[in-house]
Design a protein around this ligand. Structure first.
Ligand code: EPZ
Length: 425
């Protein structure tokens, strides 16, 4: 398996352009199946998860191509609504294809996506939402069959503001008969991007970004060209890396308004941040301050997807910080790996107590999931000595050539493939 080799201790500096948001592009690509014809979706990052989604769309009969950062997608030829189990296993979030395929074909077959390193990842809220819209759901083993004559609008209240469930219900309701309201909806920027795309195709939807979304069903949707928002989690990852290496970095093609809580926490840690339009400048010249308490929570609170990365900065801070993870029950897998690099972190249930140390030291560590892997790269960049990060396929799911991104900012980081025993160009 490929690995990253990092010579730490070099402050990051320079400019880098942030790629499009994986978690906006995925539901938007799924929504394309609701309108027959050719879609052109821009600012789509070249990531493993995107390629899995394109493979799923091809398996359904679509023609799909990613060239530069534009996906051309012909959906008229789609004739199946059976998502292959192998592909579902590769990317659990393909579950939000249920809504679009159900509204297009009246039936869909998927498989229980199962848990992953960060938690159980249940889908009960997705299924309850589709059932409320009139779908019949049959589960046998890990197969889920869903069918309906015509989806009918209704009022739905989510027990938890699930991002995926909100997206699935929005897409299913777009072509339903009548009006649907989603209460306690997720408020993430990716939800707003999905609403904007669906409305561009002719849907009638308002409220995304608030906790109540109202959807008036329409008869049909029309294919569109669209450009996906920047990736706020990749942006936040680079902000933390700049701060942890005591560097000075300018991030381009970003949306500061999507990162208000992250900017607030980093400023509390003593990091200098200047944000305007589509630029964020991050610099830090001294040891970070501890932040006494951070709680991850649905947007607009501090995002769970940046918890592991922030922990690296706090592991180097002057003092004790406490991070409480309230979204996923298993999202502290990076703690053991950081401890091997000299971090002093104690986990008790869903809280991590981080006593800052003056320095981290290079070690061989293993990425357990996407964002934990990104955190280990940041730790390697900040540490003294050499760090080897293994199982980096996890990282490639959400970061387009992470080593290139950091090399452009002055980092000494290389990708090695054991097959060729050579540096990957
Ligand atoms: C999306 O996952 C993101 N993925 C995740 O990003 C992100 O961490 C998460 O939202 C929270 O912001 C994509 O958008 C592709 P949820 P999703 O449904 O939709 C529970 C990354 O690193 N839940 O909001 O799966 C669930 O178990 C990834 O890019 C139910 O109980 O997240 C979890 O504890 C990781 N029943 C919590 O809600 C359900 O039916 C949040 O899940 C659905 C969810």
């Amino acid at each position: 398996m490929e690995k990253l080799v990092i010579e730490g201790g070099k402050p990051l500096s320079g400019n880098v352009r942030i790629h499009g948001a994986k978690n906006a592009a995925l539901p938007i690509l799924a929504a394309c199946t609701m309108a027959e014809g050719v879609h052109r979706i821009g600012n789509v990052p070249d990531l493993l998860d995107i390629h899995v989604m394109l493979d799923i769309l091809r398996a359904l009969g679509c023609k799909a191509e990613l060239k530069d950062d534009v996906v051309s997608l012909e959906t008229s030829s789609a004739q199946s609504s059976h998502i292959p189990e192998e592909l579902m296993r590769q990317m659990r979030s393909s579950i939000f294809l249920m809504g679009p395929l159900l509204s297009r074909f009246g039936h869909v077959q998927v498989y229980q996506p199962g848990g992953c390193a960060i938690g159980e990842r249940k889908i009960d809220l997705h299924l309850k939402g589709l059932q409320a819209l009139g779908a019949k759901i049959e589960e046998s083993g890990n197969t889920i069959k869903c069918s309906v004559d015509r989806l009918r609008g209704t009022d739905i209240t989510l027990d938890f503001p699930s991002v995926g469930a909100t997206e699935n219900i929005m897409m299913a309701a777009a072509l339903a008969e009548g009006v649907t309201t989603i209460s306690n909806a997720a408020r993430e920027p990716e939800i707003q991007d999905l609403q904007n795309f669906l409305n561009a195709m002719g849907a009638k939807m308002i409220g995304a970004g608030t906790d109540t979304i109202t959807i008036e069903g329409v008869e049909r949707l029309t294919p569109r060209a669209y450009r996906v928002i920047p990736d706020r989690i990749v942006t936040g990852t680079l902000m933390v890396a700049a701060a942890a290496t005591r560097g000075s970095v300018t991030l381009e093609n970003v949306c500061p308004a999507h990162l208000t809580s992250v900017i607030h926490v980093l400023k509390r840690a003593g990091v200098q941040i200047v944000a305007s339009d589509d630029i964020i400048h991050v610099s830090n010249s001294s040891r970070p301050r501890a932040v006494e308490r951070i709680v991850t929570s649905p947007h607009p609170s501090f995002p769970t997807d940046l918890q592991a990365q922030l922990m690296v900065l706090l592991a180097l801070a002057d003092g004790i910080s406490v991070v409480k993870e309230t979204v996923f029950e298993g999202r502290f897998k990076h703690v053991d790996e950081l401890s091997r690099m000299g971090a002093d972190v104690r986990v008790d249930l869903n809280s991590a107590f981080i006593r800052g140390v003056p320095r981290l030291y290079g070690a061989t560590v293993e990425a357990t999931d996407l964002r934990a892997g990104a955190a280990l790269v940041i730790a390697g960049l900040a540490a003294a000595g050499t760090t080897i990060v293994e199982q980096i396929h996890h990282i490639d799911r959400g970061y387009d050539q992470i080593e290139i991104m950091f090399s452009r900012l002055g980092a000494k980081i290389e990708r090695f493939s054991p097959v060729r025993h050579l540096k990957v160009p």
